[in-house]
Ligand binder design. Sequence first.
Ligand SMILES: NC(=O)C1=CN([C@@H]2O[C@H](COP(=O)(O)OP(=O)(O)OC[C@H]3O[C@@H](n4cnc5c(N)ncnc54)[C@H](OP(=O)(O)O)[C@@H]3O)[C@@H](O)[C@H]2O)C=CC1
Ligand SMILES: CC(=O)[C@](C)(O)C(=O)O
Ligand SMILES: [Mg+2]
Ligand SMILES: [Mg+2]
Length: 339
Amino acid sequence: MAKMYYEKDCELSYLNGKKIAIIGYGSQGHAHALNLKDSGCDVCVGLREGSKRWSEAEKAGLAVKTVPEAAKWGDIVMILINDEVQADVYRKDIAPYMTEGKALAFAHGFNIRYQQIVPPAGVDVFMAAPKGPGHTVRSQYVAGKGVPCLVAVEQNATGNAYKIALAYIAGIGGARAGVMETTFHDETETDLFGEQAVLCGGVVDLMKCGFETLVEAGYEPENAYFECIHEMKLIIDLINKGGVAAMNYSISDTAEYGEYVSGPRVLPYEETKKNMKAVLADIQDGTFAGKWIAENKNGRTFFNSKRANLAKHPMEIVGAELRKNMIWGGDKDLDSASN
Ligand SMILES: NC(=O)C1=CN([C@@H]2O[C@H](COP(=O)(O)OP(=O)(O)OC[C@H]3O[C@@H](n4cnc5c(N)ncnc54)[C@H](OP(=O)(O)O)[C@@H]3O)[C@@H](O)[C@H]2O)C=CC1
Ligand SMILES: CC(=O)[C@](C)(O)C(=O)O
Ligand SMILES: [Mg+2]
Ligand SMILES: [Mg+2]
């Protein structure tokens, strides 16, 4: 069984007197910075000069510095910028300030696991990895809940790295939901696998395929959107609350029967598992990481063309239109730091 921690196992006091620099103010950055501030911690945000998020962070009541200033100021330096730029920014703007006794922190292990960043021996290196999107890390915290987190320590130079990491996770609300102890190695591989095979890659292709099947058969795109995309979250919320049993309790027996007879038809189990194992193997042997690093060196042509094509897909266009008219305003509050 994995070792789990909850609020009672975390002592927020390990952050007393510690200055926490949050580098980046995107999905995770805004959530960590605001949650820690609301938990009473001494926080500042590090951004590049000219960043459009500078005034947004200040408006939310946070002190903002340039990345090197923040790295110099912080006792704990949490890197929440894109994985693919972390190594360059670290070398130039952060490494010079990682003096003995400080802590370097991550929300995902990519750069440590694939040796893009090699921290000096005298610093603690820990991970506080929420198992959920940053905007949800913030909204759950505000609602008095939290997103489960993984904790890992790569270097325990001070001897207190676990205590500090657990305090940090309590500060962002993760210990309200549960913290699982792991390693940078395992977090990186499971996180990449989950997002590629199931959460993002798998789910988006499943919804897109369902949407296209209905539209190609002549049904209205609005109907296909409600059925295959909007309702996905409503169904998943039930599983999130009470497992598949809660979903099956709430759906009709007709739906449950369909689940058993048609699920295996659309997702041929053994073949899909074989494909998933191949995806996992590419993550484990560094093939995926190498491709992603190369894609960034080569101007992201594949990535950008995929993103542009998706934006033109009818499921995105009809969805945006429908969400606009939903009474809670659909997309408009997604990027607000007050989420
Ligand atoms: N997205 C998520 O929910 C999750 C992410 N993670 C991990 O968290 C980390 C952050 O990801 P995420 O929150 O998605 O990132 P985002 O893309 O949402 O935010 C990136 C931030 O980094 C800044 N940034 C980008 N490039 C530079 C640069 N060259 N110099 C300085 N600042 C830069 C951006 O600044 P600017 O505002 O100037 O553009 C922005 O504030 C990653 O390690 C990711 O794997 C882990 C769990 C979930
Ligand atoms: C939101 C999250 O957990 C992901 C999918 O792993 C990520 O954004 O990298
Ligand atoms: Mg993840
Ligand atoms: Mg991830």
